[in-house]
Design a protein around this ligand. Structure first.
Ligand code: AMP
Length: 187
């Protein structure tokens, strides 16, 4: 099963991704997590990415696409994968489409976790991650609206999309995902 999980910051993507990877026994590819590990390791990529991340801006598409392509070369992804936090720009979405076609993989399902602006603001202000100060949160919402929201329409045009109301409790959203994803599971 190959799943792309899309949603605004605060939509619960990370939480649901952790539960889904258990449910399907597939690796969870989180570009945010990979980047944080690169920053911690002080790698060349980490050093390049750090300034953007601290400002709540997106890391350039070229670096992200290269990083995801490397990840897709690892042997564990043969069982499938779950992407979270990627793609978050149109060039990344096009890059993923091109990359998967080239390596003969197909995206089975794209999930959009839908939440209102009020819910996003409430959830993000309750977060404790140190990188999420008020200015960074505002910036991330702005970046989401201008760069990531158009990706939803790209997926609606090219893939089968499952849209889930993510304003509900974690358990309710997980259950809706399980029921909804069942019909995409061809493995
Ligand atoms: P996240 O863990 O998804 O909240 O991501 C944390 C930060 O990593 C973001 O604010 C971006 O700076 C960067 N980042 C994560 N994923 C991407 C991506 N697909 N494209 C560009 N930047 C990303």
């Amino acid at each position: 099963m190959r799943i792309v999980l899309l949603g605004a910051p605060g939509s619960g993507k990370g939480t649901q991704a952790t539960l889904l990877k258990e449910m399907y026994g597939i690796p969870h590819i989180s570009t945010g997590e990979i980047l944080r590990a690169e920053v911690a390791a002080e790698s060349e990529l980490g050093q390049k990415a750090e300034t953007y991340m601290q400002a709540g801006e997106l890391v350039p598409d070229g670096l992200i696409l290269e990083m995801v392509e490397e990840r897709l070369k690892q042997p564990d992804i043969r069982r499938g994968w779950l992407m979270d936090g990627f793609p978050c720009t149109l060039p990344q979405a096009e890059g993923l489409r091109e990359m998967t076609e080239r390596i003969g993989q197909r995206v089975d399902a794209a999930v959009i976790l839908r939440v209102s602006h009020e819910v996003i603001a409430k959830r993000l202000s309750g977060r404790t991650r140190e990188a999420d100060g008020p200015a960074v949160v505002r910036k991330r919402i702005e970046v989401f609206e201008s760069q990531t929201r158009p990706v939803f329409d790209f997926f609606r045009a090219h893939y089968e999309v499952l849209e889930i109301d993510a304003a509900r409790t974690i358990d309710q959203v997980t259950e809706a995902l399980r029921v909804g994803l069942d019909r995409f599971d061809h493995s």
